[in-house]
Design a protein around this ligand. Structure first.
Ligand code: ATP
Ligand code: MG
Length: 168
């Protein structure tokens, strides 16, 4: 339900997460949908990264971002996932070559129920909650989420999580 977005009943249970393995698993799960949408995917693992984060929440974040990348792409497009580390943070980026997000909307898409171009988005289903959940979960786990986009050329969503060894 909508009211659950900012009221998480279940506390986070941070565990050591192999992010590369998780991204691979998502690509396997989503392969039929990717094929159906006539898209291609690429996974770029720049570093093996073990994050300290809640598995279920992290799965949900990855899932929501790839779901959007599929929905807002055009046939023939490429979806690229990248994983790397910077200092003590792990970074995941989901990039697509789809319709992109106009500059004025880029700061608002993380709000609940906010959807760019209602008519267009409505035809694709969805409620406009995905990114609100993404931001809530990522921030709750001590990370941040950002978007970059060139309208008409695609969008890139990047989030960070603490590394498992960040306490050392
Ligand atoms: P839901 O995620 O609840 O099924 P949704 O996908 O419409 O619905 P969000 O994931 O919160 O909602 O995204 C909000 C809006 O941001 C979308 O309606 C869409 O207009 C825009 N958006 C999100 N991701 C992308 C993307 N990768 N490319 C272009 N636009 C996007
Ligand atoms: Mg969504």
């Amino acid at each position: 339900a909508a009211s659950d977005v900012n009221k998480r009943q279940v506390p986070f249970r941070p565990a050591e997460l192999d992010l590369a393995a998780m991204l691979k698993a998502h690509l396997v799960d989503l392969a039929p949908r990717v094929k159906e949408a006539e898209l291609q995917t690429r996974l770029e693992i720049r570093a093996e990264v073990i994050a300290l984060a809640d598995r279920e929440a992290t799965d949900r974040v990855i899932m929501n971002l790839i779901d959007n990348a599929i929905k807002y792409s055009n046939p023939g497009g490429m979806i690229e996932l990248a994983l790397w580390r910077e200092g003590r943070r792990a970074f995941v980026e989901v990039r697509d070559q789809g319709i992109g997000i106009p500059e004025p909307d880029q700061t608002r898409i993380f709000e609940r129920f906010y959807r760019v171009d209602l008519a267009r988005s409505r035809s694709l289903g969805g409620t406009g909650l995905g990114l609100a959940i993404v931001r809530h979960l990522v921030q709750g786990m001590g990370g941040e989420v950002h978007v970059r986009s060139e309208p008409g050329r695609g969008a890139a969503f990047r989030f960070s999580l603490p590394m498992a060894d960040s306490a050392n």
